[in-house]
Design a protein around this ligand. Sequence first.
Ligand code: PEP
Length: 261
Amino acid sequence: MSNPRIPRPFFCGNWKLWGTLSDSVSLATGVRDAVAGVAAADVAVGPGFVALATVAEKLKGSSLGVASQDGYWEQKGAFTGEVAMTQIADAGAKYAIVGHSERRQYFGETDETVSRRAKAALAAGLVPIICIGETLSERDAGQALAVVAKQLDGATASLTDDELVKSVIAYEPVWAIGTGRVASPAQAQEIHASIRARLVQRLATRAQQIRILYGGSVKPDNVAELMKEKDIDGALVGGASLTVDSFAKLVKEGVAACTRS
Ligand code: PEP
């Protein structure tokens, strides 16, 4: 008999700017059917805003969750173009990705705004997936641990301890996102362990409940070695979440690798 891993593994797709409404529905329903037998992990897909409500409706009653790729902290008002966390929850999402490096790089996201988004997500009943990670030049300068610690502190500054325990952290080294250059399991584990240690400083044993995902060129053929690491609790997946076969295979390989006997 194998023991369930704690915390429960979590695999989340991030579709970024991809696909029509009908592409989104067929990918989501395909993934739903392909992972229907996966009981030992939580799994979600991350469509664009336009497809969010329709995808959530199609997935109703299934175990496959829906994540938004962002979300704003105000609930209403003169904020043209923004989508409130409350609207995202109302559309049927369960998770909200916040602070993705592409939001930080192209849209001026800062740790402070990430923290506000995470807080609003929690207030709306969503689980925030809080993304942090260093750039290549920061890593080359030996600053990876310091950068990640600073981002973790800043992006969770507004959360109470109870809110932080309900959140998911995603370590996504910027140099590994969409590049095909995955962090080695040892590189990823070093940072994940440092994140866990910092969470333990704040939350003591409750820090063990928090899922710390790795993101950055995770594929079906490299997920197993990552998931064998002690502090890697799942993956945030871009490119490999865009076909049913690759995402379902990735989830199954990941679950198989982290099942402890
Ligand atoms: C991401 O977008 O969060 C990501 C990790 O992308 P990819 O898997 O394509 O590197």
